[in-house]
Design a protein around this ligand. Structure first.
Ligand code: 2P0
Length: 358
């Protein structure tokens, strides 16, 4: 019928981000408040991103979502929290061409359909939830004519998945842990935009595109409950590293940036290992890749012997994220990686993802 036939839709694309100072551990699970600040690089949307379309129509009887073509449940508290935050900030929306209008007060009774695609393996420790939730919140905010700025949207995305708040901005981003109990000051801020340090090239060695065995949420819960080291990391180590990392980024100081990035990845995995039961995110290939990079540093291909040309960081999975200081080094690195770590199987043929920082 004429009244119920319209659909209004918005599509958005959001890149994922890779933490160089890691977030691991929450002080509040339902609001998703972290125990330390973190810093990340947002990738180029051409390579690792989520594309999400959100639609509203009076003919929709309930909220539904499809991820990579498969319907998923939206009953979880996190999605509902994001939606509630957005609904409370929704405004009048009018499509003059279609002759339809949704009044601010009507959003409470409208349902949405969401279709989302990742152009990279979901839940293999490639921060798919970061891009996914950031994109979901951003596209729904557009659809609902939410007028708040990116920092408020980052606090909403945070309630979907912690690392998602950092994907609202390009370039280098800091997630400030905040002090407030209600989480209002636990937001992302941009440290430097995508043009600030555009020599960097990121190569992701997809060691395995299988879903990880320990979800980040339960992994970090176990760490906070059982690790004797994590408190020292959160209270003593990270605050210093955050200051040093901001300085390294500001000065485009690659040796300092690389040293901090590698050390923080190592400590995150040490803390995972210090959890009871221990969490192993890196596998034998990951370990061999770290050794390869350490050995490469003193080999001849490295023209600037002694100074690091490549930083590595591993998230909650075995895939190495390699950050090289420029394109030339990246080309050389890729050549060497393909020689020492040739793609093994058909599913791994696309094993190296190359992304410019965005
Ligand atoms: C990070 N990771 O800073 C760290 C490094 C993984 C290792 O943020 O429970 O998916 O949804 O807040 O954001 C992964 O954790 O966890 C993560 P929730 P999330 O990128």
């Amino acid at each position: 019928d004429g009244v119920k036939s319209w659909v209004m839709a918005v599509t958005a694309q959001t890149p994922t981000n890779i933490a160089v100072i890691k977030y691991w551990g929450k002080r509040d699970e339902s609001l998703i408040l972290p125990i330390n600040d973190s810093i990340s690089i947002t990738l180029d949307p051409a390579h690792l991103c989520t594309t999400t379309s959100v639609a509203v129509s009076p003919s929709f009887t309930h909220d539904r979502m499809w991820l990579n073509g498969k319907e998923i449940s939206l009953s979880g508290g996190r999605f509902q929290n994001c939606l509630r935050e957005l609904r409370s900030r929704a405004n009048d929306v009018e499509d003059v061409e279609k002759g339809v209008k949704i009044a601010k007060k009507d959003w409470d009774n409208m349902h949405v359909h969401i279709v989302s695609y990742n152009n990279f393996p979901t839940a293999a420790g490639l921060a798919s939830s970061a891009a996914g939730l950031a994109c979901l919140v951003f596209s729904l905010a557009k659809l609902m004519n939410v007028k708040e700025d990116h920092s408020t949207l980052s606090a909403i995305a945070r309630q979907g998945s912690g690392s998602a708040c950092r994907s609202l901005y390009g370039g280098f981003v800091k997630w400030i842990m905040g002090k407030e109990e209600n989480g209002s000051d636990s937001i992302a801020v941009q440290l430097a935009d995508e043009k600030h340090w555009d020599d960097l090239v990121i190569i992701i060695a997809v060691v395995s595109s299988r879903q990880k065995e320990t979800s980040s949420t339960s992994g970090m819960r176990d760490t906070v409950e059982t690790s004797a080291l994590v408190e020292h990391r959160a209270k003593v180590v990270v605050p210093k590293r955050i200051i040093q990392m901001e300085e390294a980024i500001k000065n485009r100081d690659f040796p300092a940036f690389a040293a901090l990035t590698c050390a923080d990845s190592n400590q995150f995995h040490a803390v995972a290992l210090d959890t009871c039961p221990p969490i192993f995110y890196m596998n034998d290939t990951s370990h061999r890749q770290v050794l390869f990079l350490i050995i490469s540093r003193v080999e001849k291909w490295n023209r600037f012997e002694g100074t690091p040309q490549v930083a590595y960081t591993f998230d909650a999975g075995p895939n190495a994220v390699l950050i090289s200081r420029d394109r030339k080094t990246a080309a050389l690195l890729l050549q060497r990686l393909l020689f020492y770590f040739p793609p093994q199987s058909e599913t791994d043929l696309n094993s190296y993802v190359i992304g410019d920082k965005t």
